[in-house]
Design a protein around this ligand. Sequence first.
Ligand code: G6P
Length: 369
Amino acid sequence: EQIEKGGYDHFMLKEIYEQPSVIKDTYRGRLHANEGLIKMAGIEDNLQKFLNADRILIIACGTSWHAGLVAEYIFEEFARIPVEVEYASEFRYRNPIIRPTDVVIAISQSGETADTLAAIKLAKQHGAFVFGVCNVVGSSISRETDAGAYTHAGPEIGVASTKAFTTQITVLTLIALRLAQAKGTMNNSDFHRYLQELEIIPEKVAEALMTNDAAQAIAAIYKDAPNCLYLGRGYNFPVALEGALKLKEISYIHAEGYPAAEMKHGPIALIDEQMPVVIIAQKQEHYDKIVSNIQEIKSRSGKIIAVVTKGDVQVRDLADHVIEVPDTSDALSPLLTTIPLQLLSYHIAVMRGCNVDQPRNLAKSVTVE
Ligand code: G6P
């Protein structure tokens, strides 16, 4: 097992550090930035189905559901197709409206999650076209779906998902870009810019991994906190949810993720000098709104841990701690902002003596209800 961990203390840490290379593995052969092309057989073979779709339904569980939420923002922005993201467990039991003109995207690392599999079967019975985004080759979901695209994350051993999440976002971004190109919903220069940015994302993920020491130092300060709030807006709202999930899964600290502006409708009541608030404050659209959210937290004495864009000064002045990630387009930023949140959870869990790779009560793949 020590050999399999490749010199890392835990599989989770190894998998966090694999992200630059597995993101590259996931777009290799698909992304051709110089030619301005995206080639994915599963999409090309079914392009008309996607182009004719009235809407896209995304079904998933856990971290894969969070990747689906990021994809909702990206698909709607890039390809202007309405998207709904559903928990497979809710979808399958609520007599959902599924039309033959719907395209369903099922996201699953393992390809074995029982609820997701059942939701796929239901969608197929109603005549929808079902596309799978799985990591495990030959898994039940990859076999049950009409077509699909694999993530190439390699085996994920840590129960808390890390590299599966970022590779799922990579695949979904490629699909959204291809559909945007085919539908003409994105201008050519933006399309080319996104391809080029995606191509250099692995280097930026590697740079984001250099926040490890900062994450470890912050972890030492907040490891005994009973609660933690995660906030983000837009593309980084799902990242806040995922950051909170990572922390509760492996450190057993109660954590909640919220859209930053929703804070006023509840979580703000929790904020006092004991409350660490992790806020994703990238220099992007609505930056001023995030800055005012930070001011609201500060005026209530909350402890602010901000994930900022490299070079940011405004948030640095307000926050108790900042972690810098490289600049990129808003839509690609989840691939970078996720990294320090994974590291923060990891270090807190290690410092609390938790079993990082196999947290209590959790299973890597939930194959029974
Ligand atoms: C379990 C795992 C999570 C995972 C979820 C969905 O809860 O512990 O890490 O996100 O299942 O799994 P899937 O394999 O369908 O992505």
